[in-house]
Design a protein around this ligand. Structure first.
Ligand code: SF4
Length: 229
């Protein structure tokens, strides 16, 4: 049987309306998910950097299982930079794409030693120089390890931004990031990202969002018709 193609509505976003919507949903989501935070386990910026590289195309749960042992063995950038690549590949294999990830971790550690005084950098521009680090990873590190607000365009953030009519650019993570920066107060950039991720996991799931249980349904243009958004 031919696959049924669902045509999505083209959304037009008024930034003032979207900003007002953020004001309405933020307190509701904050109350619903008081523990919203990054789900990766880490104790410092280096551990978070390694975890976020491993988290590409992998679940946070799987990454946390792998890093439990990894962080016992590799404690400093020198440990990663001098790691035997084949051994590191084996140790992170279950996170997928392990050959590229192992190389990225080892090379990022070497660059941190050579260029950044052995400290994970604290600016977007410097973080983007590291292998395996894109804007999303950089914003995770800035927001969570250094308290510098950043919008994290996680897959849930992308989906919910579309359904909630927050951006016309949900297909383009960089444009989406800048759209959300305009309508979310800067202090809330990191937390808002976590709240959308938690809501995406718990209620507004990709295939079958539970609109009937959703505490922000009254503000959502896609409520009860999310397949169109
Ligand atoms: S009402 Fe439905 S589509 Fe809208 S945010 Fe809630 S679960 Fe998602």
């Amino acid at each position: 049987m031919a696959k049924k193609i669902v045509k999505r509505a083209r959304i037009k976003v008024d930034k003032a309306v979207a900003a007002q919507r953020i004001k309405q949903i933020y307190p509701v989501l904050e109350k619903a998910y008081p523990d919203a935070r990054v789900s990766l386990n880490y104790k410092n910026a280096l551990q978070l950097l390694v975890s976020t590289i491993l988290a590409a195309q992998c679940t946070d749960e799987r990454v946390n299982i792998v890093t439990k042992d990894l962080f016992k063995k590799y404690k400093t950038v020198n440990d990663y930079a001098s790691a035997d690549l084949a051994t590191l590949e084996t140790e992170i294999k279950s996170t997928g794409f392990y050959i590229n990830k192992a190389k990225a971790i080892k090379n990022a550690a070497a660059m941190i030693i050579e260029k950044f005084g052995s400290k994970v950098p604290k600016t977007m521009e410097e973080l983007l120089e590291l292998p395996g680090v894109g804007r999303k990873t950089a914003n995770v590190i800035l927001g969570n390890a250094y308290g510098i607000p950043g919008i994290i365009t996680d897959t849930h953030v992308i989906r919910l931004s579309r359904r909630l009519g927050l951006s016309e650019n949900s297909e383009d993570p960089v444009k989406l990031e800048f759209d959300l920066r305009e309508i979310v107060p800067q202090n809330n950039w990191t937390v808002m990202s976590h709240l959308l991720v938690f809501h995406g996991r718990a209620i507004c799931q990709a295939r079958k969002p539970k609109c009937e249980l959703c505490p922000i349904a009254q503000y959502c243009p896609a409520a009860f018709k999310p397949q169109l958004w």
